[in-house]
Design a protein around this ligand. Structure first.
Ligand code: ZOZ
Ligand code: NAD
Length: 708
């Protein structure tokens, strides 16, 4: 018998416990174990009812995603859960599933096939398959509408968002919440339903609706999915599968579900999203920092600078229940920071994300101050003052004087040298970069920047803390722009060259958004302020390769006062609601300036725009990887997927390059090199892997500079 499943008895109730840590995934042996025990129980006259429960922290979090990788790479056979679930449903003794932690994906599908579902109040249930580019594949698109109705089933299967147990009760997915001991409560519940006729979800139709009632629901769902999940196929596939069940009945619906599931699973989109899932988790593993590295307890945080970033970072910690002291140079700046925080929270309340009580509690955790006295007890300090080295050094020297030994001293700098900042303290081992992305209370990425002397404890603590504050941490090495911005700068530069060669700004942006980017590069510039990149360009001009081509249009726009959204015009013009429209004045200026400079104009295809933009990212990413500033291609992908609006279904720039084929990418980069000069010099690693027929995914340095 499988060791992953245990059978025990509480008098006349059999208890099946799944014991497959950490998340009780449906790995080989788990479904088969359940099947075997159900068959045994069926034959055992002393058993009147069954409880199915997860051991450890959770019920089943879904199929074992590794098995999907095995299947699509031809190394593993097809998983077929459906017949096993039918056997559970056909058991003549009531099967009560007891849910704590998560019942996700295949886990919720198992639960739907049981006759009753009880749960701890803090449990969550969901069909998150779309996050992996697939649809529920074990009857979820068939049974869920029978329990919760078509509209809710569509919502759960297309958003992929889990819901709380209390909501699941309201929807009819869960029958009862059990306070206190879940197993004991489930056993009592099982005795109450023992002897009653079992209820089979697949035989229900009371919540399915008629084709006439459902037609507008499906039409609206498809329209919404096309807009919200632009470019993705699995949300539409999930809707198709649910619709098939409502029209064809359970059995045929399941056949259709299996067909659609396979189409999704073998798609490039699903492979990319599954890569993203594992890459995100892999990023938390640093080769030279063992899992058992001691961590520093972080129970209080102090922040210097209550501007855009500092105030949003304060919210991040308050939301995680960690008290924060926010310091600025003057009262007016502090007041502005607190007003921003209050406004952000008010918006969240308005949108139903937080309750007013929740916000009150969070606000109590944020204090303000004008002096460093309150920093003495802080376990961690995050500096978010203006981006200038002399100021950062001054602040860190002061922090060194006032903070207790053992405190983590972090900087939110986006471009400055961490080692130089650390050198202004007597404890460089305590210094690390914590590069949050704007808006910091929303964006999930946290780029941690390892200085030459950052201690392992400090890095391990920040990695762990990131999870606690709801961020995805990726460790980067200390080079200019770290990983994300180092790649982004040539990407936005190339967008400017495209305009200077004849592409309209809106053509550049729309080629990339059509391809899947959340925003076009020029619109991103307008959003953050064109003056930001302008200052970076000026400050670092001396580091550019001599003789390299320089863009000029954006600099001129800035010098004209066109700074982007904040001034009502930049690459685009903006109305009072900050809606962008193409600006004929920009087109005219570019035409005039280009004529003066004799830059030849030509028609540039969307394909060329995408290639030049995305291949520029890839080429710089290859350099970063080779130089060791990122540990793995997957780390770069995680950064781009979570911080730069790269489409999840393309897996990140390095994964995308692998799917295109590195030889093809390399050849195109060489072509651009010939056409556009030295800024397109192919990265040696790209050349090497392309010539060896390898992939970025095959490449992992033993320890890169991110692990110096
Ligand atoms: O891990 C979080 C999570 O969200 N996991 C994924 C949940 C999910 O997507 N479930 C649906 C899977 S697809 C599915 O179930 C399809 C379906 O309909 C079945 C039909 C099959 C029919 C086939 C027909 C051909 C979770 C919220 C659960 C926990 O979060 P934590 O932050 O506590 O922990 P993590 O994320 O750090 O994870 C801990 C370790 O567990 C690994 N893991 C998690 N879920 C897994 C999984 N490994 C395999 N399969 C899963 N479903 C995760 O990689 C991590 O491993 P380590 O090595 O990094 O520690
Ligand atoms: P900001 O101009 O909005 O805020 C900076 C704040 O620091 C101001 O409130 C200012 O009064 C305060 N300050 C200046 N000197 C101070 C001192 N000596 N003591 C205390 N407070 C002082 O800037 P921001 O956009 O929040 O950026 C802060 C840092 O975060 C910079 O290093 C920036 O590069 C980085 N960053 C910014 C973004 C972004 O999108 N804005 C993104 C990532 C990282």
């Amino acid at each position: 018998m499988s060791e992953l499943i245990r059978l025990s008895k509480d008098n006349d109730v059999a208890i099946i416990t799944i014991d497959n840590p950490p998340v009780n995934a449906l790995s080989p042996g788990v479904p088969q174990g359940i099947e075997k025990f159900i068959a045994d129980i069926q034959q055992d006259p002393s058993v009147k009812a069954v409880v199915l429960i997860g051991g450890g922290k959770t019920f089943i979090a879904g199929a074992d995603i590794n098995m999907f990788v095995q299947m699509t790479s031809g190394k593993g056979g097809r998983i077929n859960l459906l017949p096993i679930l039918l056997k559970i449903e056909d058991c003549t003794k009531p099967v009560v599933v007891a849910i704590h932690g998560n019942a996700l994906g295949g886990g919720l599908e198992v639960a739907q096939a049981c006759h009753y579902r009880v749960a701890s109040p803090d449990a969550k249930v969901g069909q998150p398959e779309v996050n992996l580019g697939i649809i529920p594949g074990a009857g979820g698109t068939q049974r869920l509408p029978r329990l919760a109705g078509v509209a809710k089933a569509i919502e759960l299967c297309t958003t992929g968002k889990p819901i709380k147990a209390s909501e699941a009760v309201e929807l009819g997915i869960i029958d009862k919440l059990i306070e206190g001991d879940l197993l004991a409560g489930a056993v009592v519940f099982a005795r109450q339903v023992a002897g009653k006729p079992t209820r089979k979800t697949r035989e229900r139709s009371d919540r399915l609706g008629t084709p006439e009632q459902n037609a507008p629901i499906f039409a609206a769902a498809r329209e919404a999915a096309r807009k919200k999940y632009r470019g993705m196929m699995c949300q539409l596939a999930a809707i198709d599968s649910i619709e098939a069940g409502t029209k064809l009945g359970f059995e045929k619906g399941c056949e259709e579900e299996a067909r659609i599931f396979d189409t999704c699973l073998y798609s490039d989109q699903s492979k990319a999203l599954i890569h993203a899932f594992f890459a995100e988790r892999e990023a938390a593993k640093i080769p030279d920092i063992p899992k058992d590295t001691p961590v520093i307890p972080v129970n209080s945080v102090a922040i210097v600078g209550a501007g855009t970033m500092g105030s949003a970072i304060a919210m991040v910690f308050a939301n995680a229940g960690i008290p924060v002291v926010l310091k600025d140079a003057d009262q007016a700046a502090l007041d502005r920071g607190m007003t921003t925080i209050e406004k952000n929270y008010a918006t969240s309340v308005k949108r139903g994300r937080f309750t007013p009580e929740y916000v009150n509690e969070r606000m109590k955790l944020i204090k303000t101050t004008l002096n460093y006295g309150e920093f003495a007890g802080a376990d961690m300090v995050i500096e978010a003052v203006f981006e200038t080295m002399p100021l950062k050094k001054e602040v860190f020297a002061e922090l060194d004087r006032v903070c207790k030994r053992g405190a983590i001293l972090a900087t939110n700098t986006s471009t400055l040298n961490i080692d130089e900042i650390a050198a202004s303290t007597s404890r460089p081992e305590a210094v690390i970069g914590t590069h949050f992305f704007s808006p910091a209370n929303v964006m999930r990425l946290l780029e941690l920047v390892r200085g030459r002397k950052s201690s392992k404890e400090v890095i391990a603590t920040c990695m762990q803390l990131a999870k606690k504050i709801g961020k995805i941490a990726v460790l980067a090495g200390n080079c200019r722009g770290f990983v994300g911005n180092r790649m982004f700068l040539p990407y936005i530069r190339e967008a400017q060259f495209l305009v200077e060669e004849g592409a309209a700004p809106e053509a550049v942006d729309s080629a990339l958004t059509e391809w899947g980017m959340a925003m076009g590069p020029l619109a991103v510039g307008d959003l953050g302020g064109l003056d930001v990149a302008y200052r970076v360009r000026k400050e670092y001009r001396h580091l550019e390769k001599p003789g390299a081509r320089q863009p000029y249009v954006e600099d001129r726009l800035v010098e004209m006062g066109r700074l982007g959204q904040k001034t009502g015009s930049g690459w685009y013009k903006y109305d009072a609601e900050r809606r962008a429209t193409p600006d004929p004045e920009v087109a005219e200026l570019v035409r005039k300036w280009n004529a003066e400079k004799n830059i030849p104009q030509r028609k540039i295809s969307a394909e060329e725009i995408v290639d030049r933009e995305v291949y520029m990212l890839i080429n710089e990413g290859a350099r970063i990887l080779e130089e060791g500033y990122a540990l793995r291609g997957g780390d770069i992908d995680t950064i781009y997927l979570n911080g730069y609006g790269f489409p999840g279904y393309r897996g990140g720039p390095m994964w995308y390059a692998d799917t295109v084929g590195l030889k093809k990418v390399y050849d195109r980069v060489c072509e651009f090199h010939r056409q556009h000069g030295m800024l397109w010099e192919p990265a040696p690693l790209l050349k090497e892997l392309a010539e060896a027929g390898k992939k970025f995914a095959d490449y992992q340095r033993e320890a890169g500079r991110a692990a110096d």
